[in-house]
Design a protein around this ligand. Structure first.
Ligand SMILES: Nc1ncnc2c1ncn2[C@@H]1O[C@H](COP(=O)(O)OP(=O)(O)OP(=O)(O)O)[C@@H](O)[C@H]1O
Length: 273
Protein backbone atom coordinates (compact mmCIF):
# COMPACT_ATOMS: atom_id res chain seq x y z
CA UNK A 1 0.00 0.00 0.00
CA UNK A 2 1.29 3.46 -0.87
CA UNK A 3 1.65 6.25 1.67
CA UNK A 4 -0.94 8.24 -0.36
CA UNK A 5 -3.53 5.55 0.26
CA UNK A 6 -2.78 5.64 3.99
CA UNK A 7 -2.86 9.41 4.09
CA UNK A 8 -6.42 9.72 2.74
CA UNK A 9 -7.68 8.88 6.25
CA UNK A 10 -11.26 7.90 5.30
CA UNK A 11 -13.14 5.25 7.23
CA UNK A 12 -12.50 2.53 4.67
CA UNK A 13 -8.81 3.09 5.13
CA UNK A 14 -8.93 2.74 8.92
CA UNK A 15 -8.82 -1.05 8.72
CA UNK A 16 -6.02 -0.98 6.15
CA UNK A 17 -4.10 1.48 8.27
CA UNK A 18 -4.65 -0.77 11.30
CA UNK A 19 -2.65 -3.45 9.48
CA UNK A 20 0.19 -0.98 9.23
CA UNK A 21 0.02 0.63 12.64
CA UNK A 22 -2.18 -0.50 15.48
CA UNK A 23 -1.05 2.54 17.44
CA UNK A 24 -0.15 5.64 15.57
CA UNK A 25 1.20 8.61 17.55
CA UNK A 26 2.20 11.84 15.87
CA UNK A 27 4.05 14.88 17.20
CA UNK A 28 3.22 14.30 20.86
CA UNK A 29 4.21 17.11 23.22
CA UNK A 30 3.68 17.08 26.96
CA UNK A 31 4.82 19.57 29.59
CA UNK A 32 4.33 19.34 33.33
CA UNK A 33 4.13 22.76 35.00
CA UNK A 34 3.71 26.03 33.17
CA UNK A 35 6.43 28.10 34.82
CA UNK A 36 10.21 28.01 34.33
CA UNK A 37 10.45 25.17 36.86
CA UNK A 38 8.16 23.07 34.62
CA UNK A 39 9.40 20.12 32.69
CA UNK A 40 8.99 19.24 29.02
CA UNK A 41 8.35 15.50 29.46
CA UNK A 42 7.85 14.70 25.74
CA UNK A 43 8.90 16.67 22.66
CA UNK A 44 7.54 15.90 19.21
CA UNK A 45 7.34 12.14 19.74
CA UNK A 46 5.99 10.15 16.80
CA UNK A 47 5.82 6.36 16.65
CA UNK A 48 3.87 3.43 15.30
CA UNK A 49 3.25 0.05 16.88
CA UNK A 50 2.15 -2.79 14.60
CA UNK A 51 -0.13 -5.68 15.37
CA UNK A 52 1.83 -8.56 16.90
CA UNK A 53 5.11 -6.72 17.33
CA UNK A 54 7.10 -6.44 20.52
CA UNK A 55 8.58 -3.02 21.17
CA UNK A 56 10.75 -1.89 24.06
CA UNK A 57 10.92 1.73 25.16
CA UNK A 58 14.22 2.40 26.87
CA UNK A 59 15.78 5.48 28.42
CA UNK A 60 17.12 6.78 31.71
CA UNK A 61 15.08 7.85 34.69
CA UNK A 62 12.86 10.82 33.84
CA UNK A 63 13.28 10.38 30.07
CA UNK A 64 9.48 10.29 29.61
CA UNK A 65 8.80 6.55 29.18
CA UNK A 66 5.86 6.29 31.59
CA UNK A 67 4.37 9.56 30.37
CA UNK A 68 4.51 8.28 26.81
CA UNK A 69 2.80 5.02 27.74
CA UNK A 70 0.08 6.85 29.65
CA UNK A 71 -0.59 9.09 26.65
CA UNK A 72 -0.61 6.13 24.21
CA UNK A 73 -3.21 4.42 26.42
CA UNK A 74 -5.28 7.58 26.82
CA UNK A 75 -4.65 7.66 30.58
CA UNK A 76 -3.10 11.10 30.27
CA UNK A 77 -3.57 13.73 27.61
CA UNK A 78 -0.94 15.30 25.38
CA UNK A 79 -0.66 19.09 25.07
CA UNK A 80 -0.50 18.67 21.31
CA UNK A 81 -0.21 15.89 18.78
CA UNK A 82 -2.49 12.93 18.09
CA UNK A 83 -2.80 9.28 19.06
CA UNK A 84 -4.88 6.76 17.14
CA UNK A 85 -5.66 3.21 18.12
CA UNK A 86 -6.88 1.04 15.25
CA UNK A 87 -7.62 4.16 13.26
CA UNK A 88 -9.71 5.75 16.02
CA UNK A 89 -8.66 8.89 17.92
CA UNK A 90 -7.55 8.45 21.54
CA UNK A 91 -8.43 11.81 23.06
CA UNK A 92 -9.99 11.64 26.50
CA UNK A 93 -12.28 9.08 28.01
CA UNK A 94 -15.20 9.65 25.65
CA UNK A 95 -13.14 9.11 22.49
CA UNK A 96 -13.75 5.96 20.41
CA UNK A 97 -10.08 4.99 20.48
CA UNK A 98 -10.02 5.16 24.28
CA UNK A 99 -13.12 2.95 24.53
CA UNK A 100 -11.56 0.40 22.19
CA UNK A 101 -8.29 0.50 24.12
CA UNK A 102 -10.10 -0.03 27.39
CA UNK A 103 -11.59 -3.25 26.03
CA UNK A 104 -8.58 -4.45 24.10
CA UNK A 105 -5.51 -3.56 26.16
CA UNK A 106 -3.95 -4.85 29.34
CA UNK A 107 -1.50 -2.95 31.55
CA UNK A 108 1.13 -4.42 33.87
CA UNK A 109 2.80 -2.02 36.30
CA UNK A 110 6.07 -2.14 38.19
CA UNK A 111 4.70 -3.14 41.57
CA UNK A 112 2.12 -5.93 41.44
CA UNK A 113 0.99 -5.30 45.01
CA UNK A 114 -0.31 -1.86 44.03
CA UNK A 115 -2.34 -3.28 41.12
CA UNK A 116 -3.89 -6.18 43.10
CA UNK A 117 -6.54 -5.44 45.71
CA UNK A 118 -5.29 -6.99 48.99
CA UNK A 119 -8.89 -7.90 49.97
CA UNK A 120 -9.54 -9.90 46.82
CA UNK A 121 -8.57 -13.48 46.06
CA UNK A 122 -6.41 -14.15 43.02
CA UNK A 123 -9.49 -15.50 41.23
CA UNK A 124 -11.50 -12.35 41.87
CA UNK A 125 -8.67 -10.04 40.80
CA UNK A 126 -8.11 -11.91 37.55
CA UNK A 127 -11.84 -12.13 36.84
CA UNK A 128 -12.49 -8.43 37.37
CA UNK A 129 -11.68 -7.26 33.79
CA UNK A 130 -14.03 -9.95 32.46
CA UNK A 131 -16.82 -8.86 34.75
CA UNK A 132 -16.28 -5.20 33.75
CA UNK A 133 -16.55 -6.34 30.13
CA UNK A 134 -19.94 -7.89 30.92
CA UNK A 135 -18.95 -11.58 31.01
CA UNK A 136 -21.32 -13.07 33.58
CA UNK A 137 -21.36 -16.85 33.12
CA UNK A 138 -19.64 -18.46 36.10
CA UNK A 139 -18.25 -21.34 34.02
CA UNK A 140 -16.86 -18.98 31.36
CA UNK A 141 -15.24 -16.77 33.96
CA UNK A 142 -13.68 -19.71 35.84
CA UNK A 143 -12.35 -21.25 32.62
CA UNK A 144 -10.82 -17.93 31.53
CA UNK A 145 -9.22 -17.35 34.95
CA UNK A 146 -7.73 -20.86 34.95
CA UNK A 147 -6.44 -20.46 31.42
CA UNK A 148 -4.84 -17.09 32.25
CA UNK A 149 -3.10 -18.58 35.30
CA UNK A 150 -1.82 -21.51 33.24
CA UNK A 151 -0.48 -19.14 30.61
CA UNK A 152 1.72 -17.45 33.22
CA UNK A 153 2.87 -20.78 34.64
CA UNK A 154 0.82 -20.79 37.88
CA UNK A 155 -1.18 -23.85 38.83
CA UNK A 156 -4.83 -22.71 39.07
CA UNK A 157 -5.85 -24.95 41.99
CA UNK A 158 -2.94 -23.61 44.09
CA UNK A 159 -3.40 -19.95 43.32
CA UNK A 160 -7.13 -19.31 42.79
CA UNK A 161 -8.03 -19.12 46.52
CA UNK A 162 -4.97 -17.13 47.63
CA UNK A 163 -4.75 -13.47 48.60
CA UNK A 164 -1.90 -11.15 47.50
CA UNK A 165 -0.34 -11.38 50.98
CA UNK A 166 0.20 -15.11 50.36
CA UNK A 167 2.18 -14.49 47.15
CA UNK A 168 5.85 -13.79 46.50
CA UNK A 169 6.63 -10.70 44.38
CA UNK A 170 7.23 -12.87 41.32
CA UNK A 171 3.99 -14.81 41.81
CA UNK A 172 2.04 -11.60 42.37
CA UNK A 173 3.46 -10.12 39.17
CA UNK A 174 2.44 -13.23 37.23
CA UNK A 175 -1.07 -12.89 38.69
CA UNK A 176 -1.06 -9.24 37.55
CA UNK A 177 -0.04 -10.40 34.05
CA UNK A 178 -2.82 -13.04 34.09
CA UNK A 179 -5.26 -10.26 34.98
CA UNK A 180 -3.95 -8.11 32.11
CA UNK A 181 -4.39 -10.90 29.53
CA UNK A 182 -7.55 -12.63 30.77
CA UNK A 183 -9.81 -10.78 28.32
CA UNK A 184 -7.52 -11.64 25.39
CA UNK A 185 -6.06 -8.20 24.72
CA UNK A 186 -4.75 -7.05 21.35
CA UNK A 187 -2.21 -4.89 23.17
CA UNK A 188 -0.26 -5.67 26.33
CA UNK A 189 1.66 -2.81 27.91
CA UNK A 190 4.18 -3.44 30.66
CA UNK A 191 5.89 -0.58 32.51
CA UNK A 192 9.08 -1.89 34.17
CA UNK A 193 7.39 -5.21 35.03
CA UNK A 194 10.54 -6.76 36.47
CA UNK A 195 12.27 -3.96 38.30
CA UNK A 196 10.47 -4.52 41.63
CA UNK A 197 10.92 -8.30 41.46
CA UNK A 198 13.88 -10.14 42.93
CA UNK A 199 16.42 -11.33 40.40
CA UNK A 200 15.63 -15.04 40.83
CA UNK A 201 11.98 -14.54 39.88
CA UNK A 202 12.65 -12.25 36.90
CA UNK A 203 13.39 -15.16 34.61
CA UNK A 204 9.94 -16.64 35.27
CA UNK A 205 8.29 -13.32 34.43
CA UNK A 206 10.35 -13.08 31.27
CA UNK A 207 9.34 -16.64 30.34
CA UNK A 208 5.68 -15.72 30.95
CA UNK A 209 5.92 -12.83 28.49
CA UNK A 210 7.68 -15.03 25.94
CA UNK A 211 5.04 -17.77 26.30
CA UNK A 212 2.26 -15.20 25.89
CA UNK A 213 3.81 -13.90 22.71
CA UNK A 214 4.00 -17.44 21.31
CA UNK A 215 0.39 -18.17 22.32
CA UNK A 216 -0.96 -14.84 21.00
CA UNK A 217 1.06 -13.93 17.90
CA UNK A 218 -1.24 -11.05 16.94
CA UNK A 219 -1.00 -9.37 20.36
CA UNK A 220 1.35 -6.37 20.40
CA UNK A 221 3.60 -5.89 23.41
CA UNK A 222 5.03 -2.56 24.53
CA UNK A 223 7.51 -2.92 27.36
CA UNK A 224 9.31 -0.20 29.24
CA UNK A 225 12.48 -1.58 30.75
CA UNK A 226 15.80 -0.43 32.11
CA UNK A 227 17.12 -3.95 31.72
CA UNK A 228 18.74 -4.36 28.32
CA UNK A 229 19.13 -8.11 28.93
CA UNK A 230 15.35 -8.38 29.17
CA UNK A 231 14.88 -6.09 26.18
CA UNK A 232 17.22 -8.20 24.07
CA UNK A 233 15.23 -11.35 24.88
CA UNK A 234 11.73 -9.95 24.40
CA UNK A 235 11.73 -7.04 21.94
CA UNK A 236 11.97 -6.98 18.18
CA UNK A 237 12.27 -3.23 18.08
CA UNK A 238 13.59 -0.57 20.44
CA UNK A 239 12.66 3.09 20.83
CA UNK A 240 15.24 5.14 22.75
CA UNK A 241 13.94 8.15 24.68
CA UNK A 242 16.23 10.83 26.10
CA UNK A 243 14.83 13.90 27.85
CA UNK A 244 11.50 13.39 26.14
CA UNK A 245 12.91 13.03 22.62
CA UNK A 246 13.11 9.84 20.54
CA UNK A 247 16.82 9.88 19.76
CA UNK A 248 16.92 6.55 17.97
CA UNK A 249 14.72 3.59 17.04
CA UNK A 250 15.23 0.41 15.08
CA UNK A 251 15.51 -3.34 15.31
CA UNK A 252 16.78 -4.68 18.63
CA UNK A 253 19.92 -6.07 17.00
CA UNK A 254 20.68 -2.82 15.21
CA UNK A 255 20.19 -0.65 18.31
CA UNK A 256 22.07 -2.89 20.74
CA UNK A 257 24.89 -3.87 18.40
CA UNK A 258 25.27 -0.79 16.23
CA UNK A 259 23.90 2.15 18.25
CA UNK A 260 24.19 5.43 16.37
CA UNK A 261 23.40 7.96 19.08
CA UNK A 262 25.85 8.77 21.88
CA UNK A 263 23.09 8.51 24.47
CA UNK A 264 22.23 4.95 23.34
CA UNK A 265 25.92 4.05 23.45
CA UNK A 266 26.10 5.35 27.04
CA UNK A 267 23.00 3.36 28.04
CA UNK A 268 24.53 0.19 26.60
CA UNK A 269 27.91 0.86 28.23
CA UNK A 270 26.22 1.50 31.59
CA UNK A 271 24.25 -1.75 31.28
CA UNK A 272 27.41 -3.78 30.81
CA UNK A 273 29.09 -2.40 33.98
N1 LIG B 1 2.37 14.18 37.18
C1 LIG B 1 3.54 14.81 37.00
N2 LIG B 1 3.74 16.06 37.45
C2 LIG B 1 4.90 16.70 37.27
N3 LIG B 1 5.96 16.18 36.63
C3 LIG B 1 5.84 14.94 36.15
C4 LIG B 1 4.63 14.18 36.33
N4 LIG B 1 4.81 12.96 35.74
C5 LIG B 1 6.06 12.95 35.25
N5 LIG B 1 6.67 14.13 35.49
C6 LIG B 1 8.03 14.50 35.07
O1 LIG B 1 8.15 14.25 33.68
C7 LIG B 1 9.41 13.67 33.38
C8 LIG B 1 9.20 12.30 32.73
O2 LIG B 1 8.67 11.41 33.72
P1 LIG B 1 8.37 9.89 33.43
O3 LIG B 1 7.80 9.30 34.67
O4 LIG B 1 7.58 9.79 32.19
O5 LIG B 1 9.83 9.33 33.16
P2 LIG B 1 10.35 7.82 33.11
O6 LIG B 1 11.26 7.74 31.94
O7 LIG B 1 9.19 6.90 33.12
O8 LIG B 1 11.17 7.73 34.45
P3 LIG B 1 11.44 6.49 35.43
O9 LIG B 1 12.26 5.52 34.64
O10 LIG B 1 12.21 7.10 36.56
O11 LIG B 1 10.11 5.95 35.83
C9 LIG B 1 10.17 13.60 34.70
O12 LIG B 1 10.99 14.75 34.80
C10 LIG B 1 9.08 13.63 35.74
O13 LIG B 1 9.55 14.21 36.94
Amino acid sequence: MSSEEIATGDVANSAARDEIAMIHAEHINKRFGRDAAGRQALSDVSLQIRRGESVAIIGGSGSGKSTLIRILLGLDSADSGAVEYRGQPVRGKRSPGWRLLRRESGLVLQNPFTSLDPRWTVARSIAEPLRSAGVRGRTDVTAAVESALQQVGLKPSHFIPRYPIDLSGGQAQRVAIARAIVAGPSLLVADEPMSAIDVAARLQILESFKALRRAHPSMALIMVSHDLGVVRRIAERIIVLHEGVVVESGSTTAILERPQHDYTKRLIDAASL
